[in-house]
Write a protein that binds this ligand. Structure first.
Ligand SMILES: O=C(O)C(=O)C[C@]1(C(=O)O)C=C[C@@H](O)C=C1
Length: 286
């Protein structure tokens, strides 16, 4: 005789309890590993525990192997909370975020990527975020990748050895309809470990704005992310594959912009975009 619906339900719930217990035990076991990792990192003298390149690699592997009923957004969100919280328990940090372009999207992004245990400190403007990170021990800052605030050329504040640098671009896995898809840069004070050099970011101060600038940057496979007038000229924030960075001076020179001042302001892992079809595989049936 097949089991009654009540018995079948009870059996399935026992299975769920068994799986929940295993997942919880595994999370606690992960915590033990993190304990040992703290010791190793302490021996290395590292400050901030955030390792964006490692996280980018983990998030890609996660979405690539994911299958089944659970929507990808949920799986990604769960792992973001796990990893960010384990980062926090290694070395507590606050996420300073620029809410000048709207609080809701920025807060959703910070909570999705860093969870609720990590303190969230809103600021009005990119400059305020950069100052907060510069004054902190090992905090992170989150800024809209497109700029967007009325702060002008905020990236100038990232120039120089001591200034915070861009170390990541979020989300790690880009796709249409990402629940926290606002493209943001994460900034931090320069750490012991070198940041990724897949994509390099430069502040370029031009003696003047010219419509040849985008083509010159494109000639080095770069992209202008933001632009703002500065005293004595115009400043642009440029992203390009790090391997192409040596081509920038010549490309600018060819556009009569040889006097441009080029300063590194950080870098991040290569962007990883999922196409719509793949991103939708796990979406619930309408
Ligand atoms: O791999 C590390 O260095 C860790 O600190 C572990 C861990 C994780 O929890 O998986 C946490 C923080 C880092 O940003 C990356 C990964």
């Amino acid at each position: 005789m097949p089991p009654s619906p009540a018995d079948a339900l009870s059996e399935l719930r026992q299975e769920i309890d068994r799986i929940d217990l295993s997942m919880h035990r595994l999370l606690m076991e992960r915590g033990e590993i993190i304990h040992r990792l703290i010791e190793v990192k302490r021996a290395q003298g590292a400050g901030c525990a955030f390792r964006p390149d490692r996280e980018a690699q983990m998030m890609r592997a996660l979405v690539e192997r994911h299958q089944g009923l659970l929507p990808l957004d949920a799986v990604e969100g769960i792992w973001r909370v796990i990893v960010s919280t384990f980062t926090y328990v290694q070395a507590p940090y606050t996420v300073h975020a620029d809410d000048s372009g709207g609080d809701a999207q920025m807060r959703d992004s910070a909570r999705f990527h860093f969870g609720f245990t990590v303190p969230y400190a809103p600021h009005h403007g990119a400059l305020a975020v950069i100052s907060a990170v510069a004054a902190s021990g090992g905090d992170l800052g989150v800024l809209r990748a497109s700029g967007g605030s009325g702060d002008g050329a905020w990236w100038l504040r990232l120039i120089g050895d001591a200034g915070p640098k861009i170390i990541a671009r979020l989300p790690f896995v880009e796709r249409p309809d990402h629940p926290a898809g606002l493209p943001v840069f994460v900034i931090a004070k320069p750490g012991a470990e070198a940041a990724s050099q897949d994509i390099a970011l430069f502040s370029i101060s031009l003696p003047r704005w010219t419509h040849d600038a985008p083509a010159a940057v494109a000639a080095a496979e770069g992209e202008i992310l933001a632009a703002a007038p500065v005293p004595g000229g115009h400043s642009i924030l440029v992203a390009l594959p790090a391997a192409q960075a040596t081509r920038l001076p010549a490309a600018l020179g060819d556009a009569n912009l040889g006097a441009a001042q080029i300063d590194p302001v950080g870098g991040h892992s290569a962007r990883f975009e999922m196409d719509e079809a793949r991103a939708g595989v796990f979406a619930p049936e309408p």
